[in-house]
Write a protein that binds this ligand. Structure first.
Ligand code: BGC
Length: 251
């Protein structure tokens, strides 16, 4: 199927028509800056622009959100306007855009795409995908089935949220060198490994393109295999389109 996937992030809103059978994009994605303030109306306006850019793809729309989302309702909003917390996002977007909109957590969407088409394909056991971006997102799978809305980025490490120590945003803002940042990421993953004993970690987010700069250090600190995401930062919108196309992928 050809379905538009939209990825709402802390700094950008991206969208593209997705071939949900292949996990690829039918056209180059469009990225708009996340409006400031990122209120529902402003975000819906940006999504409308993206939809208008792909007139050949009508029909349902899959949308990721950087917070906990249950049955289309946003419960938390750490890195986006707090007005979203408690907001019926799927109902709102569907009414505003005149399309059936499905809304889910961004890391869960990325994880589903990686399990179906990327680094997690065919992997049984416990797989944890971690996205390193504005925040830290997590998606936990057992035999390919998602445990939705885990929030490992908010686990406390050295008295702070893990994402306040080791997100990609922190690396940029504090101008950390790769080895120093890699040690922070490694410490976070080692804690997750201790508590969850996964079989595989997949690292997503835009920074997964630069895996060679930090993954060797991270791998040295974590006994579980750590691999970069294969769909890189397209995973979110591919996963969103997959879910909009009819539910999460089979294991
Ligand atoms: C949010 C998560 C989200 C992650 C990545 C965290 O701050 O709480 O829900 O998946 O950022 O955007």
């Amino acid at each position: 199927m050809n379905i538009i996937g939209i990825d709402i992030g802390g700094s950008g809103i991206k969208g593209a028509p997705v071939d949900t059978g292949a996990g690829t994009l039918f056209a180059e994605r469009l990225r708009l800056p996340t409006p400031a303030p990122s209120t529902p109306d402003a975000v819906a306006g940006a999504i409308r622009q993206i939809l208008e850019n792909f007139p050949a793809t009508p029909g349902p729309v899959g949308i990721t959100f950087p917070g906990v989302v249950k049955s289309g309702r946003v419960l938390t909003a750490a890195n986006i306007d707090p007005v979203w917390a408690g907001f019926e996002a799927a109902t709102f977007f569907s009414a505003k855009l005149g399309r059936v909109c499905t809304v889910l957590n961004d890391a869960d969407a990325a994880g589903m795409a990686e399990m179906r088409f990327g680094a997690g394909r065919g992997i049984k056991g416990v797989v944890i995908l971690i996205t390193l971006g504005t925040g830290i997102g997590s998606a936990v799978f057992l035999d390919g089935k998602l445990l939705p809305n885990t929030e490992l980025g908010h686990m406390e490490i050295r008295g702070k949220d893990a994402e306040a120590r080791a997100s990609e945003r922190v690396r940029e803002e504090k101008d950390l060198g790769w080895p120093e940042w890699a040690e922070r990421v490694g410490e976070v993953l080692a804690r997750y490994a201790f508590l969850f004993n996964p079989d595989l970690f997949i690292i997503g987010g835009g920074v997964s393109r630069k895996a060679d700069k930090f993954l060797p250090v991270v791998q040295g600190m974590v006994k579980v295999p750590v691999v970069p995401a294969q769909l890189q930062n397209q995973a979110g919108l591919v996963g969103a389109a997959l879910v909009a196309a009819g539910g999460p992928p089979a294991a």
